[in-house]
Design a protein around this ligand. Structure first.
Ligand code: ATP
Length: 281
């Protein structure tokens, strides 16, 4: 059954006492999509890792992160292992971080299905094929037998998404899932995430520094700056009428890029298509 995610007063500190994230609140009902936006170093990734109970050594979370009836903050590792992958799963910027370079792709997708759903034999093989099919891996029979280095970056990210979706978690955390990909591949991977989350009624926490990307995929967002939430709310409202100066800056930076593209394409249209020598016809 899908679960709510509720974060209250999340604080992340180093063991030397430096405060990296403070007082962050998040609310996500089943099937909702929430963006975490902010510049580099604003605390987006650490907030996401805290949701998984996976902060790096030397960092500690306090406050509360409730996924349904499970409290993540302070939970013992054994409980977290049952939650991770099964109820909340993640896709990160670098798909290689999720993949074992020495293991064939099919066996890697089988891992969470065996661990969390207890599948084996023919049922496991079928579930792996279905997972590969769902993320539209080309020629899955042969691709599942390959090692990660024999795949393109986009294909590796599709495998990482297949692994994250395999156990139908309640919440999918996607942390800059397209940033490392070729621009031409980014849109198809985003579309795949969008479709899969919708099909399975999952909730989505989407982390990105790119407001234009976030705006296309989430309904609401929290804007982080220096570890603090400066603004939150409906995505449409944040873009149309940002209240905080920092959000206004993010919106105008995104608009600047957009209008540069518009200007270029309008200029191209005025000149008409170029001939073979590069001159307008
Ligand atoms: N293991 C760590 N030990 C100490 N400080 C850390 C650690 N990991 C991150 N930080 C610091 O915490 C702050 C927030 O980092 P975080 O990675 O969450 O930012 P971010 O918003 O995700 O940025 P980016 O988009 O660049 O990934 C940064 O100042 C970072 O230097």
């Amino acid at each position: 059954m899908a679960a709510d995610l509720q974060v209250r007063g999340l604080r992340i500190v180093t063991d030397t006492g430096a405060e990296l994230v403070r007082g962050v609140d998040l609310d996500l009902a089943p099937g909702e999509r929430l963006g975490l936006i902010g510049e580099s170093g604003s605390g987006k990734t650490l907030t996401g890792l805290a949701l998984l109970g996976l902060l790096p050594p030397g960092l500690r979370a306090s406050g509360s992160i409730r996924l349904g009836d499970t409290e993540i903050v302070g939970a013992p590792e054994r409980r977290l292992q049952r939650v991770r992958g099964a109820r909340i799963a993640a896709v990160f910027q670098d798909p290689s971080s999720a993949l074992d370079p020495l293991m064939r792709v099919g066996r890697q997708i089988a891992g969470p299905l065996r661990r969390h759903r207890g599948l084996q034999g023919a049922a496991l093989r079928r579930a792996v094929r279905d997972a590969a099919h769902e993320v539209r891996l080309p020629d899955p029979e042969s691709l599942l037998e390959r090692f990660p280095y024999e795949l393109s970056g986009g294909q590796r990210q599709r495998v990482a998404i297949a692994m994250a979706l395999a156990c139908r978690p309640d919440v999918l955390l996607a942390d800059e899932p397209t940033t490392a990909l070729d621009v031409t591949v980014q849109a198809t991977v985003l579309e795949l995430l969008d479709e899969s989350v919708r099909r399975h009624g999952m909730s989505l926490v989407f982390v990105s520094h790119d407001l234009a990307v976030v705006a296309g995929i989430v309904d609401q967002a929290v804007v982080l700056r220096r570890g603090e939430a400066v603004e939150s709310g409906d995505m449409q409202r944040l873009v149309a009428a940002p209240a905080h100066e920092y959000t206004r800056g993010l919106v105008s930076a995104a608009r600047l890029l957009e209008s540069a593209l518009d200007r270029l394409s309008a200029g191209g249209a005025e000149q008409g298509p170029a001939g073979e020598d590069g001159e307008p016809r």
